[in-house]
Ligand binder design. Structure first.
Ligand SMILES: [Mg+2]
Length: 453
């Protein structure tokens, strides 16, 4: 287990994992919503995406829209949530769910880029005074207007953000498992989100421990790991489970959990049978990676990432670029999760792009998946008033090159100010680099308008 090769691989992984995740996320975000090949050429002037481009993304409603100006190398919610997780892991690898849920998540509302509908709802709902990490049950509406319940939310918003738990708990995965559960239930209630996250966690752990583990031992290791990673035994999770079962009956959670494990096993058997196919498409189609109701599932993301990693085992570049250019997939999430698997096995993912990705130095400064808390974190944790996190930094006064400050993010520098639409519909976008290393884009919408989805 401790061969020199693996030790070198592990050191590399702890250095590059968050950078690799961000590079793949930034590449994939460019194609996330595209459906036709012509769109790539129209938007980016190329036929194939293998680098970062500057482009415009329409956001908001038809009547109150604005254009998000994405710079070369900008990453999306996948990386933002991963960074929030990395800052919530304590020096011993345990997770601080109170800090994550009451400081990091509500603050994300100010700067989230491209998040899914569950995450957007969850970061609003967790700000309720009474909501704690294990009681954040809520209902919300999808972009299409369907009424949704936290308990049915099985999207990949958890799986995409849990790599730091594995990086920080290589020697003690059981501690990592508890962290993944705590992290998951802050935003998602359906076992699909949780099991997908656990599957990705176990694949990462196994690769961190043995970079050259063969396919069969990896697949079996993931299945064994998941089966030993059920609901943690603590009063918080007992309470969470009884809230989950309210109105659905005793045993309803366990039944849904068991069904989800079977669903994952079915996806894994499809992976086994398609691993040596010529192309990627038949497998992806069969697991539902293009189907509107299943493409965003945590299970599908986890199995797709494992598929690409195993299929192109020694060629991270090929795997990531195939994902990014496979329109219809959840490109940024699958690419960044696949990149994490390569990093865990000690393989560099597109190193020629590392220094071009947003916040490269900050991402590279993570140690074993851990980063220091936000500068004003202690104050916010003490006051327990997440509502004060709803305040933007003072954007009206921002001037390019000037300084800016915020009670949570500390002080920073204004990199860019962009104004769109004449008043009273003026939209102000300000890009800030905080002194602690992360940059964010804040958007001030006209008074009275709701935050754009
Ligand atoms: Mg994204």
């Amino acid at each position: 287990m401790n061969s020199p090769v693996n030790n070198a691989g592990s050191a590399m992984a702890t250095y590059s994992a968050l950078v690799s995740i961000a590079v793949a996320d930034a590449l994939g975000w460019q194609t996330e919503h595209l459906r036709r090949r012509e769109d790539i050429e129209r938007l980016f002037g190329v036929k194939f995406i293998d680098s970062f481009h500057k482009y415009q993304r329409r956001r908001g409603s038809l009547f109150q829209g604005y254009t998000d100006l994405v710079q070369e190398g900008d990453y999306s919610d996948d990386t933002q949530l991963t960074l929030a997780t990395a800052r919530s892991i304590l020096p011993d690898g345990a997770f601080d769910p109170d800090y994550f849920s009451k400081v990091e998540l509500p603050a994300l509302k100010l700067y989230l880029r491209g998040g899914g509908s569950t995450v957007k709802a969850a970061v609003e709902k967790i700000a309720r005074v009474k909501a704690r990490w294990f009681t954040n049950f809520f209902t919300y509406r999808s972009p299409k207007g369907e009424k949704l319940d936290y308990r049915d939310s099985g999207a990949n918003g958890v799986a995409m953000r849990i790599a730091p738990h594995a990086l920080a708990n290589r020697e003690n995965p059981q501690k990592g498992v508890i962290g993944v559960w705590q992290n998951a239930v802050c935003t998602h209630g359906h076992p699909r989100a949780i099991v997908g996250a656990l599957a990705h966690f176990w694949a990462l752990i196994l690769l961190l421990r043995q970079a050259d583990a063969d396919e069969e031992s990896l697949i079996k290791g993931v299945l064994d790991g998941i089966s030993e990673s059920g609901l943690p035994q603590s009063w918080e999770f007992q309470q969470w489970k009884s809230l989950w079962e309210e109105g659905r009956g005793p045993g309803s959670f366990s039944r849904t959990y068991e069904e989800t494990l079977k669903e994952y096993q079915r996806l894994v058997s499809l992976l086994r049978s398609h691993l040596f196919d010529e192309g990627d498409h038949p497998f992806l189609k069969e697991v539902g990676a293009f189907n509107r109701s299943t493409r965003g599932s945590g299970l599908v993301a986890a199995v797709a990432a494992l598929f690409f990693f195993l299929k192109y085992r020694n060629d991270p570049r090929k795997a990531i670029l195939r994902i990014v250019n496979h329109l219809g997939l959840d490109t940024d999430t699958i690419a960044s999760m696949t990149a994490a698997l390569y990093a865990a096995s000690g393989q560099a993912v597109l190193p020629e792009l590392w220094e071009k990705v947003q916040d490269y130095e900050y991402l590279a400064s993570a140690q074993e998946g851990k980063l220091p808390r936000l500068p004003g974190a202690d104050f916010f944790k003490k006051t327990k008033k997440a509502t004060s996190l709803e305040t933007h930094p003072p954007l009206e006064m921002a001037q390019r090159g000037g300084t800016i400050s915020h009670s949570l993010f500390g002080s920073g520098r204004v990199l860019e100010v962009i104004k769109q639409n004449p008043p009273p519909k003026e939209v102000v976008m300000v890009r800030v680099r905080w002194d602690y290393g992360q940059s964010m884009v804040f958007t001030k919408l006209p008074q009275g308008s709701k935050r754009a989805k």
